[in-house]
Design a protein around this ligand. Structure first.
Ligand SMILES: [Zn+2]
Length: 159
């Protein structure tokens, strides 16, 4: 999975804001490339159990916005407050309902240090979550407030 650094920062902020509750959201982009992360209300939020359920109304809104800009929902993410950066057994069971291939990020957040650890995986067609390498794309545009990059942008990354 390739993820733009701004999307990763959105996820980190969301996980920290919801701590000690578990946050969840959707990954928007194309193919295996995640350009943005959209926070979605966790219907089970507030309880400190290892469980999340995406609000279906917000899920549809994210889908509509993604399609309006020619993108798609390519994965989901959720946090493990003071937990492990890997899918729990409940996660693995619930992943079967998503229908792969679908990106799957788990962000473990340490409440004391604020440290984050990321698990990057993909739900296969059979519903299994397998680990995949995470490649971070430094985004030149938006959200950073950085100076405009002078470098030429690669136009054709091989898919
Ligand atoms: Zn989980």
């Amino acid at each position: 999975m390739r993820i733009h650094s701004q999307a990763l920062r959105q996820i980190a902020r969301h996980a920290a804001a919801e701590y000690p509750a578990e946050c969840c959201g959707l990954l928007v982009g194309r193919g295996d490339e995640v350009r943005t992360a959209s926070a979605v209300r966790n219907l089970l939020g507030g309880e400190r159990c290892d469980r999340f359920e995406l609000d279906p109304v917000e899920h549809v809104r994210v889908w509509e916005a993604a399609h309006a800009s020619g993108e798609d929902i390519v994965g989901c993410y959720h946090s493990h407050p003071d937990g492990q950066a890997q899918p729990s057994s409940i996660d693995r069971r619930l992943a079967r309902g998503f229908g792969g291939p679908f990106g799957y990020l788990v962000v473990a957040i340490d409440g004391q240090s604020g440290d984050l650890e990321v698990f990057s995986g993909q739900i296969q067609e059979d519903g299994e979550i397998v680990p995949v390498p995470l490649e971070i794309i430094e985004s030149a545009d938006g959200a950073d407030g950085g100076s405009p990059s002078a470098g030429a942008e690669d136009s054709a990354a091989t898919a």
